[in-house]
Design a protein around this ligand. Structure first.
Ligand SMILES: [Zn+2]
Length: 98
């Protein structure tokens, strides 16, 4: 899977990090100053997706995501994985069947 250079006419977005909202766990490393768009290949289907600076800011600061967790699946595979886990909980009897 070859990484592609971003096209020049698309402006790279960067957003300032609000370190006070981060869930850094037990680490003493410091947060970066900015979020940048990250391109990655989905670990399930290999599709290339962009994890935008805006999505990262939401995930880390509003959703309380662990700071060192990064995106590994594309949108479609994340949704599949979410349903698989939900189904597993139902099968295990932890949640009522819908
Ligand atoms: Zn995928």
């Amino acid at each position: 899977m070859r990484r592609q250079i971003r096209s020049k006419n698309k402006k790279d977005e960067r957003l300032p990090v609000d370190a006070s909202k981060l869930n850094m766990g037990n680490t003493y490393s410091s947060a970066p100053d900015f979020y940048y768009d990250i391109e990655f290949d989905c670990q399930d289907c290999g599709k290339q997706e962009t994890w935008s600076a805006r999505q990262q800011k939401w995930w880390y600061e509003d959703a309380g995501g662990y700071f060192f967790a990064t995106a590994v699946r594309c949108r479609a595979c994340r949704e599949k994985e979410r349903q698989r886990k939900q189904q597993a909980r139902v099968n295990a009897g932890h949640e009522p069947k819908a």
